[in-house]
Design a protein around this ligand. Structure first.
Ligand SMILES: [Zn+2]
Length: 252
């Protein structure tokens, strides 16, 4: 058995385009997360939204709406239902690697009871520092659920065979990281929010609250990792999840 990679979309994020490097209009972007099936276990890269966000009265969703944002999602798009469509029991997930601690990336943890969370130490520390957490919108309710946590500092080889590697890409948040997967379908770099969409590779139009110098360095280093056939999968790119998704969500 080789390594298989799937991509699932867990709802949409509605936002003023300026926050996503997409101009002045209101935009809607997908919220993807990824499933890696390795002979030594199933790993997720991010896990989408919390189930409570399906409720328009959820306090965090209310907070988003008060700021011109929203994250509509239905129960079938949450992590557990997406895994079940792949015939993977959510209780069997071994690792959830978090790119960062934002609500739309860590929210699904509550449906993955037996996973070890893998995060960069800088990110986890920021999540528990009140000032940093407020500045970067790291909400403990979504990630601090008592899972075993493996903190890494820099690059990390998840299964020890080079097939799934983690790469620090700080700047969007203090300890953001990206993942490279050498799957049976090819070589993928799951960029996460180090770059929201393909256009940002050129414009470098990063979110206001992020560290722009660090984001530029991180994106340059991710681009330098590419081989001739590497596919870059960006954080919230509508063009990658339309009619022909960049990754399949089911085995069929
Ligand atoms: Zn995001």
């Amino acid at each position: 058995m080789t390594v298989q990679l799937f991509g699932c979309v867990c709802g949409q994020f509605h936002s003023p385009g300026a926050g996503l490097g997409m101009g002045d209009q209101q935009v809607s972007v997908p919220i993807p997360f990824y499933v890696v099936e390795h002979p030594d276990g199933v790993a997720l890269f991010d896990c989408g939204l919390h189930g409570d966000i399906t409720n328009p009265d959820d306090p965090y969703r209310q907070r988003l709406r008060s700021q011109g944002m929203d994250s509509p999602v239905n129960a079938e798009e949450l992590a557990a239902a997406s895994l079940e469509r792949l015939d993977i029991d959510p209780a069997r997930v071994r690792y959830v690697v978090l790119s960062h601690l934002h609500f739309d990336h860590a929210g699904g943890l509550h449906q993955l009871p037996n996973a070890t969370v893998v995060a960069q130490k800088k990110e986890w520390d920021a999540g528990f520092d009140d000032d940093m957490a407020a500045r970067y919108f790291l909400v403990r309710r979504f990630f601090d659920l008592g899972h075993p946590v493996k903190l890494v500092d820099g690059e990390h080889d998840l299964f020890g065979d080079g097939s799934v590697t983690l790469h620090p890409s700080f700047g969007h948040t203090p300890g953001h990281q990206s993942m490279r997967v050498r799957s049976e379908d090819g070589d993928y770099i799951l960029v996460g929010d180090a770059c929201y969409h393909g256009g940002v590779v050129e414009t470098r139009d990063f979110p206001a609250y992020s560290d722009h110098a660090a984001m530029n360095r991180s994106l340059d280093s991710l681009l330098a990792l590419r081989g001739p056939d590497t596919v870059m999968v960006f954080g919230h790119d509508p063009a990658q999840w339309g009619e022909r998704p960049v990754l399949r969500a089911t085995r069929a």
